[in-house]
Design a protein around this ligand. Structure first.
Ligand SMILES: CC(C)(COP(=O)(O)OP(=O)(O)OC[C@H]1O[C@@H](n2cnc3c(N)ncnc32)[C@H](O)[C@@H]1OP(=O)(O)O)[C@@H](O)C(=O)NCCC(=O)NCCS
Length: 173
């Protein structure tokens, strides 16, 4: 029954995959200066992004690539961070997900953007073979803009990946 329903799906909106994940920074997440480790932020970005991809594809997914990540402000132990993610475009078997990381000042009720990244996930079946995903149905002007821009980012990242494969192949010889 669930499978038959899934086969009828013509697409999903970005809102259907949107994720908001809240985390308190604990001492174990930090370096000796008391700032959260960059690797911990990247780990959380991957988790928040993967959940959005799972929701869109209703499938297992693997991370294919992460575009560059910058860390604009230090985040200290005891502070609260909020990760927001949503699918910006679905291709055949892959999805681009944007993840934004905010530092939340709960006393003032303010959020400040500290990092953002575009992560590509590929939906896979039980044998880890890529499988098709539903299209993303964009409606608002902002959703349409991000959808359009995703194509340029995909072209650039696939060109970079192809370049890296060629280099690795040449070094392996
Ligand atoms: C990602 C992976 C499934 C792609 O497999 P593949 O054999 O290259 O499969 P395909 O060539 O059919 O590509 C499948 C999709 O992945 C996309 N893709 C492949 N490499 C990519 C990359 N570096 N960046 C973004 N997308 C990529 C392709 O564009 C394609 O998308 P589309 O179907 O929407 O057009 C495979 O490389 C893999 O399993 N990698 C390891 C993933 C993993 O374990 N991640 C965790 C960290 S190690």
């Amino acid at each position: 029954m669930a499978k038959a329903k899934e086969a009828q799906v013509t697409g999903r909106s970005p809102a259907e995959s949107r994720v908001e994940m809240v985390q308190v920074v604990l001492p174990n997440d930090a370096n000796p200066l008391g700032n959260i480790l960059g690797g911990t932020v990247m780990h959380l970005i991957d988790i928040a992004g993967a959940i959005a991809a799972h929701r869109h594809a209703r499938s297992h997914v693997v991370t294919a690539s992460v575009d560059s990540v910058d860390f604009a402000h230090p985040i200290k132990v005891g502070q609260v961070i909020v990760l927001r993610s949503e699918v910006t475009r679905a291709f055949r078997t892959s999805m681009e997900v944007e993840v934004k990381v905010y530092l939340e000042d709960y006393i003032r009720g303010e959020r400040r953007l500290t990092s953002s990244a575009f992560v590509t996930y590929v939906a896979v079946d039980e044998d880890l073979q890529p499988r098709p995903v539903p299209p993303l149905l964009v409606r608002t002007a902002d959703e349409r803009r991000r959808y359009r821009e995703a194509l340029g980012r995909r072209r650039r990242r696939l060109a970079l990946a192809a370049q890296a494969h060629r280099r690795a192949g040449a070094e392996g010889r």
